[in-house]
Design a protein around this ligand. Structure first.
Ligand code: 5AD
Ligand code: SF4
Length: 441
């Protein structure tokens, strides 16, 4: 029987939703006799789950595909597929530009992957970038009850109707769609049975969630409260949120819902009202700051995270200084900043670019400020007690690694905590990327 087993290698780029999707695709192909492998060299099928959010991501995919040329020449039976948002945005072009590719599948069609693979085995170059009617999550429902690590992603919402002027997501992932409450709760219970203690709810616009519940539409806060009642689940997180969808119930949940962790990723993109308007963000810097004030009133110790774009078309020195000012006002525990890159087909693609050297210099300044804030907040944990969910052994003998409620990585040596357990830990040291602590209880 073992001889019939085929091997699947998936490389995942980009966001956490792609990580979730890759797991689902591996499960779908598992039902076709595929087992996962970490090495492309012994795979029967290679799948790149791609990201289109910024320019370099797509270029990386093409260069990665080029590298499989030798493998394919040595083993003509090897099938190569491209999934994800680059597949959605430029599937036809991938087929034209890279003859090695046997199949292309967009994010809404993953449940059709086994069919596409079968067509590719027949020698066809198969492409599916539809937005089909059927619910891919239902078709992809997890079959084998394999044990898994203590943390998991769970997609609750997909797509985005916001149309920020720079962003491809509304085009590649489509319009906002929320999964029904019952299915999410069933998937959560299933994950908990398999050893999961922390679930991160995923959506491109997760706090716009409005799924069908037993008594009408539920918002994200209600869903979180229902998950709070799931025995064995200890921690709930969600990402990524839009400031305009932070409703009162969700803000209040941060103060009241015991399993909801004190960490919030809330991208603002810019601190300049002029640029926010051009970005079509439909909120001002002041509104964002006031929102954070309210969130901190509900949960004073919450750690804020964000995303920024610098060098958006027509960003002036003053606009950029406004961004720096906003960052100083918020004090981020974590933040991601990117140089604007033109995405074909988006409204901003028509506009004049900022001088790249200027944009680079701004990015450096912003990143230096963010790093300084991150480090200061991380360093301020020294001497404090945090709760750590242990995820895996560390690199040193006897060492275990986990995450605090604030999502800081924490190393502990001694006391032998087990994977999946949550313990109180006193932080004794702050390193470049993680904290070190001693087990208390
Ligand atoms: N250029 C640069 N950064 C972008 N992002 C989205 N689109 C672009 C773009 N065209 C960033 C935003 C978003 C994050 C996921 O990626 O900050 O929040
Ligand atoms: Fe893109 Fe987020 Fe804006 Fe939606 S809200 S268009 S996903 S940046």
């Amino acid at each position: 029987m073992m001889g019939d087993e085929k091997k699947l290698y998936i490389k995942t780029y980009g966001c956490q939703m792609n990580v979730y999707d890759s797991e689902r695709m591996a499960e779908a192909m598992g039902a076709q006799g595929y087992v996962s492998t970490d090495t492309p060299e012994d795979a029967d099928m290679i799948l790149l789950n791609t990201c289109h959010i910024r320019e370099k991501a797509a270029e990386k995919v093409y260069s990665e595909l080029g590298r499989f040329k030798g493998l394919k020449a040595a083993r003509p039976d090897l099938k190569i597929g491209v999934a994800g948002c680059v597949a959605q945005a430029e599937g036809e072009e991938i087929m034209r530009r890279q003859p090695l590719v046997d199949l292309v599948v967009g994010p809404q069609s993953y449940h059709r992957l086994p069919t596409l693979e079968a067509r590719a085995r027949q020698g066809e170059r198969a492409i599916d970038t539809d937005f089909p009617e059927e619910d891919k999550f239902e078709v992809l429902k997890t079959r084998p009850k394999a044990a898994r690590g203590p943390t998991a992603f769970l997609t609750v919402q997909e797509g985005c109707d916001k149309f920020c002027a720079f962003c491809v997501v509304p085009y590649t992932r489509g319009a906002e769609v929320s999964r029904p409450v019952a299915r999410i709760l069933a998937e959560a219970r299933d994950l908990v049975e398999r050893g999961v203690r922390e679930i991160t709810l995923l959506g491109q616009n997760v706090n716009a969630y409005h799924g069908a519940g037993p008594d009408g539409d539920w918002g994200l806060a209600r869903l979180i409260w229902a998950l709070n009642d799931v025995d064995g689940l200890e921690r709930i997180r969600f990402t990524t949120s839009h400031p305009n969808d932070m409703d009162d119930a969700l803000i209040a949940a941060h103060g009241e819902c015991e399993k909801l962790m004190p960490y919030l990723h809330l991208p603002v993109q810019s601190g300049s009202d002029r640029i926010l308007k051009r970005m079509n963000r439909s909120h001002t810097a002041e509104q964002y700051l006031r929102l954070i004030e309210r969130i901190r009133q509900a949960r004073p110790d919450i750690l804020m995270s964000g995303d920024f774009i610098v060098g958006f078309p027509e960003e002036s020195d003053q606009d950029f200084e406004d961004t720096m000012e906003l960052v100083r006002a918020v004090n981020y525990g974590q933040a991601f900043s990117f140089k604007y890159s033109t995405r074909p087909g988006t409204p901003a693609a028509e506009r004049a670019l900022v001088d790249p050297a200027v944009a680079d210099a701004r990015l450096q300044r912003l990143q230096a400020l963010i790093t300084q804030q991150q480090r200061a907040i991380q360093d301020s944990m020294v001497g404090r007690d945090v709760q750590v969910l242990f995820e895996k052994p560390g690199r040193l003998p006897g060492q275990m690694v986990g995450k605090s409620q604030y999502l800081h990585a924490v190393h502990v040596t001694g006391g032998s905590p087990k994977v999946g357990e949550i313990h109180r830990v006193r932080i004794v040291e702050s390193g470049p990327n993680s904290l070190a602590g001693q087990l208390l209880a």
